[in-house]
Design a protein around this ligand. Structure first.
Ligand code: DP6
Length: 336
């Protein structure tokens, strides 16, 4: 992989900690052209959010097995398996054999249904590669994070970020790059939590099912137009233009699931109620635009001044458990 040269100044054995924030896609990643490498069928554009982070620490040593602690628990399970598979990948790239001790801590409140895997694999990419003696530039870190979870490619960077589909079969060109830094445009994302339950159908499974939908080919075909519209809107700091294309991308993604076989519906009643509340507010002049990921939570893009009104309205929707408001956040960084 490009840029994966070992860093002679950081020998294996050193403990490294990194932190990364979650991101929310405005133009969605939904479907893969290569499942093993997490290469997307289309590009995507996201906003990295402040205050919702995952911290990862890693050290390589002379232990006899890899150790993995997730939020203080060393239990074996799907999450630990995924983390250790990722560690293995980096160990191979680094050409070392030492066993790893990995520890991740999530600063994303439990049960808010905000996929923290993007932040987890972005922070792991930084911490584990450094601990393995590599010094990777952000593009190489993005390609590496992508191997853990596609959307993690975007959490390497702060603010507005585009992840390119790429053309190469090896994925070297499927990396994210920043469009605008966090201070480049001060917007807010209001998140309405409508269920704290862990999602039944993961993003990966949902994407596989999408392939059975007659709406999938038009989704791929229309992606470039959506991306171009979003890029233009971000460059012009045009909230309405960005919001409308983001809503369109999210609703199209969920329409794919409705038409899949078997069908896939991530929404709850409260999800639909929140959409109507946001649209009603818009009629009254408060501009908020909805996006929804592989779950029932509703995220609303808006101006900072409108965030309290939107948060208040969503708090009143029956079935909404909690509402939080996030500003644009920074990219992944090494932390003590
Ligand atoms: C709906 O990145 O979680 O949030 O690559 O299989 O790990 P894997 O999927 P993941 O999918 C995120 C899907 C989404 C849209 C998006 O973030 O672009």
């Amino acid at each position: 992989m490009k840029g994966l040269e070992p860093d002679r100044s950081t020998m294996p054995g050193a403990d490294t900690t990194a932190r990364a924030n979650v991101n929310v896609a405005l133009i969605k990643y939904w479907g893969k052209r290569d499942t093993a490498l997490n290469l997307p069928s289309t590009g995507s554009i996201s906003l990295t959010l402040d205050g919702l982070w995952v911290k990862a620490s890693c050290a390589f040593g002379d232990g006899s097995v890899d150790e993995c602690l997730i939020d203080g628990s060393g239990e074996a399970g799907d999450d630990a398996t995924r983390v250790l598979r990722f560690v293995d990948l980096i160990r191979n790239e680094a050409g070392i054999a030492a066993r790893a001790r990995v520890n991740t801590t999530s600063g994303v409140p439990k049960g808010i249904g905000l996929a923290s895997s993007a932040a987890a694999f972005a922070s792991l990419a930084v911490a584990v590669s450094r601990a393995a003696g590599m010094r990777l530039e952000p593009p190489a870190l993005s390609a590496l994070a992508r191997r853990g979870s596609g959307s993690a490619a975007r959490s390497i960077f702060g603010g507005f970020v585009e992840w390119h589909r790429g053309e190469r079969p090896d994925g070297r060109d499927s990396i994210a790059e920043p469009i605008l830094p966090p201070a480049g445009w001060d917007v807010r994302m209001v998140v309405a939590v409508t269920s704290s339950a862990r999602k039944a159908i993961s993003s990966s499974e949902g994407m596989q099912r999408a392939a059975s939908s007659p709406l999938y080919p038009p989704w791929v075909e229309s992606a470039e137009r959506d991306l171009a519209e979003a890029r233009r809107a971000i460059a012009a700091r045009d909230l309405e233009a960005l919001g409308l294309v983001a809503e369109h991308s999210a609703l199209k993604m969920h329409a794919i699931g409705l038409a899949a076989r078997p069908p896939l519906v991530y929404w709850l009643g409260a999800t639909v109620e929140c959409i109507h509340r946001v649209w009603a507010l818009r009629e009254e002049g408060t501009r908020g635009y909805v996006t929804i990921d592989a779950g029932p939570q509703v995220k609303v893009l808006c101006e900072p001044a409108d965030a309290p009104t939107i948060a208040g309205a969503l708090r009143d929707v029956a079935g909404v458990e909690r509402v939080l408001t996030c500003a644009p956040g920074r990219g992944a960084e090494v932390r003590g």
